[in-house]
Design a protein around this ligand. Structure first.
Ligand code: SF4
Length: 226
């Protein structure tokens, strides 16, 4: 019989009392920490085996993102923006070459990030989403489906090519910046090196999709009915 699927996001146990947070904690009936012992063991073997260095440095970077840790939970204070964490994590891993796969819509910001990574001592391969100039017609997309429907030819976003170009450059860590929903997935499917995300695209909210989540009961309540 299949196990019930996990719903951690809807966990009824207070965070301070949860099974996954403290020994002897409480768990709901479908808790994956309690039920999925084999998956947990496979994860432990992979994390503490082939991914040990990566997981270890990610954990160290996580802690390094807070000040006042020696004063306890109530006093810890976030102290580093994500871009700093990416630089520090890449250094911890000993990486020298980064891939920067970005959307043409954030090309100005991507230039700043490219320069910043270089000034931090990395070699950078940056590839824009439209690289390759492949036409959307290759996908069977019609003119009416173009972003600019007045144009006969429109260049597609080509995240598979972005990934291939980063692979070709021998990057050790890919950084995504503003790729579209789905295009980001295709990049991740084809990248040889690990992928992290600096920014996700949200055309309306200045690339801060959480803004809609924060306002889900007010201005964005219509989302509950789409
Ligand atoms: S792992 Fe278990 S206790 Fe933790 S949030 Fe998920 S359901 Fe709740």
């Amino acid at each position: 019989m299949p196990l019930p699927h996990p719903t951690c996001a809807l966990c009824p146990i207070d965070w301070s009392e949860r099974y996954c947070r403290k020994p002897g904690g409480k768990a709901p009936k479908n808790c994956p920490s309690v039920l999925q012992k084999e998956a947990l063991e496979r994860a432990r073997e992979a994390t503490c085996g082939e991914h040990l260095a990566f997981a270890c440095e990610a954990s160290r970077q996580e802690a390094a993102g807070y000040a006042n840790r020696e004063q306890g939970y109530a006093a810890v204070q976030p102290c580093k923006p994500r871009i700093q964490e990416i630089i520090e994590f890449a250094r911890r891993m000993g990486y020298r070459r980064l891939g920067l796969a970005f959307c043409v819509g954030v090309r100005f910001e991507a230039g700043r990030v490219h320069e910043l990574f270089e000034s931090a001592g990395f070699e950078v391969a940056s590839v824009v989403c439209k690289a390759g100039r492949a036409p959307k017609a290759d996908l069977g997309i019609t003119q009416a489906e173009h972003v600019d429907a007045t144009q006969e030819v429109e260049t597609m976003c080509n995240p598979v090519f972005q990934a291939e170009a980063c692979n070709e450059a021998g990057v050790e860590l890919n950084v995504l910046m503003g790729l579209c929903v789905g295009h980001d997935s295709l990049f991740i499917m084809h990248a040889k090196a690990p992928v992290t995300v600096l920014a996700v695209k949200d055309r309306v909210l200045g690339h801060n999709p959480m803004a809609a989540v924060y306002q889900l009961d007010t201005y964005y309540r219509y989302l509950k009915n789409i």
